[in-house]
Design a protein around this ligand. Structure first.
Ligand code: NI
Length: 167
């Protein structure tokens, strides 16, 4: 397994649209293992392949307290959204920034697992937020895109300043 470098907003590669995964083979399973290791190490509760510059429809998620309930979703599709919730979100690609985002309270998502089996998961609360956040990444969207233009500009300026300090 290997740690993968995570793209930082506003890297234009975060805007790429991920392609569906065809055959789910060992290379896909290896990528999932590397993404999981990268997410746990960061640490984060979700990571999309887009964030490690692989533009395939794969996300890993673990919102459990024990950090031992890994979910890997391949070719995920949300087929139902219900209700509404607002929570503070952050992102491994937007370090140090946390903002409130409105999301659906409950989602039903269809996906394939690491064995290629088709599954449906109904999630609510934090897991539902995480699924919506990660699927946005596969569509080239980061949570910052849900905020007002004014907030987006502030975040860009703040991150640019951070980059100058650490460079
Ligand atoms: Ni994110």
């Amino acid at each position: 397994m290997a740690l993968l470098p995570i793209l930082r907003f506003p890297d234009p590669r975060l805007k790429k649209i991920a392609a569906p995964v065809g055959e789910i083979d060992d290379s896909v399973r290896r990528l999932i293992a590397d993404m999981a290791e990268t997410m746990y190490e960061a640490p984060g509760i979700g990571l999309a392949a887009t964030q490690v510059d692989v533009h395939k429809q794969i996300v890993v998620i673990d919102v459990s307290e024990g950090r031992n309930e890994l979910l890997a979703l391949i070719n995920p599709r949300i087929d139902d959204l219900q209700g509404q919730q607002e929570g503070e979100e952050g992102c491994l690609s937007v370090p140090g920034i946390f903002e409130k985002v409105e999301r659906a309270e409950r989602v039903s998502v269809h996906f394939q697992d690491g064995d290629g089996q088709h599954q449906t998961l109904v999630a609510e609360g934090l897991l539902a937020v995480c699924i919506q956040h990660e699927l946005d990444h596969l569509n080239g969207k980061v949570f910052v895109d849900h905020l007002s233009q004014l907030k987006q500009t502030r975040i860009r300026n703040k991150l640019a300043k951070q980059a100058r300090v650490t460079a």
